[in-house]
Design a binder for this molecule. Sequence first.
Ligand SMILES: [Fe+2]
Ligand SMILES: [Fe+2]
Length: 274
Amino acid sequence: MGAPAFQSLAEAAARIVGAADPERKVALTRAAAAAWRGRTLSLSRGLLDPPMPRRPGRPERPALMPPRDVPRRGFGTTAGRTAFMHAIAHIELNAIDLAWDIVGRFAHVQMPRSFYDDWVRVGAEEAGHFSLLAARMAEFDTVYGDHPAHDGLWEAAEATEGDLLARLAIVPLVLEARGLDVTPSMVTKFTALGDTESAAVLNRIYEDEKGHVYVGAAWFRYLCDRQGLAAEPTFHAMVRRHFRGGLKPPFNDKARSAACLTPGFYRPMETIRT
Ligand SMILES: [Fe+2]
Ligand SMILES: [Fe+2]
C-alpha cells in the first residue's frame, strides 16, 4: 500500500469507512491514528474532503444476510468456535467503521481535541481486535469472509446519523455495553473447552471495550451538560427513539460501573423478562 497522505482527520475517516478491503481498512486506521498522534492532521473539515459514505465499504465476501438467517452452531466443535470468532470479527470490522464515523460524520460539531483523541484511539483498538481475531482464525485455516455474516450492524449508525448525542447513546452505551454483558461467559466457555488462546483474545477485547464504554459515557455526559440536559432521562429518550426494543438483562453491573455507566441509565430501559 502506498503511504496514505491524509490532510485532515475527516478525510482519513471518510477514506477508512469507505475502504472495502478489511486489511486496507486496518492499515489506513493505523496510519491515520499515527498521523493524528503525531499532530500532522488538521482537525478542521477541509472543503476538499470526501463526504462520509452513507454505508461502509465491504468486501465481496462474506455474504451478508438477515440475522435470523445466519446459521448458529454450537461451541463444541472447532468449526463452531471458528464460526463464532468470525461473527465477532464481523462485529469488530463494523466497530472500526462506527468509531471513524463518529470522528468524520460529526466533524462539524465543535468538540474538544480530546474527543478526537479518544475516538481515534477507539478506532485503532477496534482495528487491533479485528487483527487479533483474524490471526486466531488463520490458525484454523479460516479467513474473514468464509462464513455468512449479519447485515444489520449499520442500522444504529443510520438511525443516529443526524445527532451526535443519539449516536453516543446507542453505539457505545447500548451496543458496546452489551458486549460487556456477554463477553465474560464466552471467555469462560472457551477456557472450559481448553481453547485458552481464543479466550485470551476475547479477554483482551473485553478489557479494551470497558474503555470504549467509558469514553462514550464521558462524552455523552459532556454533551448533555453543554446542552443543559439531564443525562439519564436524555439517554432513556434516545434509546426509545432510536433503538428497537429495550435493553436485555442480565447486565454486567461491575464492568458497566467501572465504565461509569451507572444503573440509572440502563435499569429503567430493561426489557421485561418473559
Ligand atoms: Fe472491539
Ligand atoms: Fe469497542
